[in-house]
Design a binder for this molecule. Structure first.
Ligand SMILES: [Zn+2]
Length: 253
């Protein structure tokens, strides 16, 4: 009879341990203590609305897998996906979770880019052309993500586009035109023509999504993305491209 309380204590302890283990795996508590919890079954997961492309600026997939999974010297970083030069696709963070790939920046009205986006790293040293197999694999992934997560196909940008003063990836060698040919990203369509008098290319850059805090840096990002070259001064060809893009956006394309 004397063993009874001890058995009950042990049983209670094991229940508490199980609950603690469950709590360690559970997502954040959904309830706000300010409110009365009246749960509704009519919900699903929040969805990202943007895809951000990066180059790793490293020497190998092995090195990048290490960087993206550890507290590296510059602070912990991650991405949802990493694609090797041979096209092998690695996933490091669930699509439903917030990876740490974008950092500070802005695209249109979006200021918390990590919450709003899927991050894809491409194994590339920042100076070499992107391998064919790697781009083929990226196109398959983009088709999957835009279909499954319902991310608009034009909402695919580079890291430099959202943080022009800080970043330079995926760089001028990234084949945006090839993505556009497959229906991904925003790209000029048809014949480029001069914009009407009074056209403001800065306003157009903002309409496309670019931040204007550092205008020279923004032009460098735009040149890398749309012309595969550097330079930080707008020219007439930039205005033709921007006029074309703005017309697409205004027509809902
Ligand atoms: Zn990046």
């Amino acid at each position: 009879m004397r063993a009874f309380p001890i058995l009950r204590l042990l049983r209670a302890a094991s229940v508490l341990l199980a609950l603690a283990l469950l709590a360690a795996c559970a997502p954040l508590p959904p309830r706000n203590p300010l409110a009365t919890w009246v749960p509704s079954p009519n919900h699903d997961i929040r969805r990202p609305v943007l895809i951000v492309l990066h180059f790793t600026d490293q020497q190998s997939v092995r090195q990048s897998l290490e960087t993206l999974r550890t507290a590296n010297s510059g602070g912990p970083v991650s991405a949802h996906y990493l694609i090797g030069a041979d096209g092998h696709l690695y996933q490091l963070v669930s699509d439903q979770l917030r990876a740490w790939h974008a950092g500070g920046g802005r695209w249109g009205t979006i200021t918390d880019l990590n919450s709003a986006s899927i991050g894809i790293e491409l194994d590339n040293d920042g100076h070499s052309p992107f391998a064919q197999a790697q781009i083929d694999s990226l196109l398959r992934l983009l088709a999957d993500l835009t279909e499954r997560l319902q991310i608009p196909r034009e909402q695919i940008i580079g890291h430099q586009d959202l943080a022009p003063a800080r970043k330079n990836d995926p760089g001028p060698l990234f084949p945006w035109q090839r993505l556009a040919a497959a229906g991904f990203g925003r790209w000029p369509q048809g014949v480029l023509v001069d914009p009407p008098a009074g056209f403001d290319p800065w306003m157009a850059l903002a309409v496309v999504g670019y931040p204007l805090d550092d205008r020279a840096a923004t032009v460098r990002a735009f040149h890398n993305h749309y012309r595969g070259l550097g330079g930080d001064e707008l020219d007439p060809q930039d205005s033709r491209i921007l006029w074309n893009l703005v017309q697409q956006i205004e027509s809902g394309g």
